[in-house]
Design a protein around this ligand. Structure first.
Ligand SMILES: [Zn+2]
Ligand SMILES: [Zn+2]
Length: 320
């Protein structure tokens, strides 16, 4: 019997200018040399990636594949630059690719949903006034391979199974390595925070949102069935106890449902009022994230018949 060859995985911690802190980029040194995530489009990240690859005996030009879990700039901003320098093929879900290619204006598509929350005009101005200083990720003139989940990507010595686990982002991909039972979770499962089920328009049903939280909770059920020894997250250190992290995420959403219902005891509220009651002190882009979190839970509670929603002068009001 020949020796078992395993995937050689190295974690590289790459700085980002975002409050979330650094992002993890994983190098798999087996042929074809692959990166999972690539980092933001900043000179600091580019320098850090180059330096760490060098320490691991690789060059940017050696990279053949880049798997990006989703289109957020901290994970994939540098994809175009690295793919151009190396000729690597960027692997991405079609929903994330179209977000990047469509040069999606974050607020334009979400504005009808944001206005429905009852956000006051002056606060809205403050929220949309804070623009990301980095350029939008771009995938111009590079090779792309679309992955929808269910594919296997092979290496000399192993394979990764691709899973489509939406909820944080509609085309979020994770990867599972069945031999060592490694799970590359992107932003789907993190050691210290629960990912935001972001407000996302449903392009197949114009005017409606995707059921982000429902998608996310179903994804946790999928993940629970996998045997996982080690989780390699998009942010923070690798961790063993995948089952506990799943429970922490579920617990968080349960507590959020309880908080919302408690806040509706006194009568009807809109999403903005609930957001401010639950997260006092939020500012600027933070308000947008807070609203996403609250709206995702409200959508879930409405769909399950736990609360009611009625529209009054363009604003959604929720009651028990
Ligand atoms: Zn993200
Ligand atoms: Zn992230």
């Amino acid at each position: 019997m020949g020796a078992i060859i395993l995937l050689a995985v190295y974690q590289m911690i790459i700085p980002t200018p975002y409050p979330v802190g650094p992002v993890n980029v994983y190098l798999i040194k087996n042929d074809p040399i692959t990166l999972i995530e690539v980092g933001p489009d900043t000179p600091q990240a580019s320098k850090a990636l180059e330096h760490m690859l060098e320490l691991l005996g690789c060059r940017v030009e050696d990279i053949k594949r880049i798997v990006v879990t989703h289109s957020h700039p901290d994970h994939c901003g540098m994809a175009e630059q690295v793919a151009r320098a190396s000729g690597a093929v960027v692997h991405i879900h079609p929903l994330e690719e179209s977000k990047i290619k469509g040069k999606e204006d974050f607020y334009k598509e979400r504005m009808p949903f944001i206005l429905e929350t009852g956000i006051p005009e002056e606060v809205l101005k403050e929220v949309i006034g804070e623009k990301d200083q980095l350029p939008e990720p771009s995938l111009e003139d590079i090779s792309i391979k679309l992955l929808s989940g269910g594919e296997r990507i092979s290496f000399d010595g192993g394979e990764l199974r691709i899973l489509h686990l939406p909820g944080h982002s509609p085309g979020h991909l994770c990867a599972y390595e069945p031999e060592q039972k490694l799970f590359f979770s992107g932003d789907f499962l993190l050691p210290h925070i629960t990912p935001n089920p972001l407000m996302e328009p449903d392009h197949e049903k114009p005017g409606l949102r995707l059921p982000s939280l429902k998608q996310y909770l179903s994804g946790l059920e999928v993940l629970e069935k996998l045997e996982v020894n080690l989780v390699f997250p998009g942010h923070g250190g690798a961790f063993n106890d995948c089952g506990s992290a799943i429970n922490v995420a579920r617990q968080h959403h349960q507590e959020q449902f309880t908080r919302i219902i408690a806040n509706l005891q006194g009568g009807e509220r809109n999403a903005y009022q609930l957001c401010m009651a639950i997260y006092p002190g939020l500012q600027k882009f933070g308000i947008s994230l807070g609203l996403s979190e609250i709206v995702a839970h409200l959508d879930y509670l409405v769909e399950n018949g736990n609360i009611n929603c009625s529209k009054q002068q363009g604003i959604n009001y929720y009651c028990l």
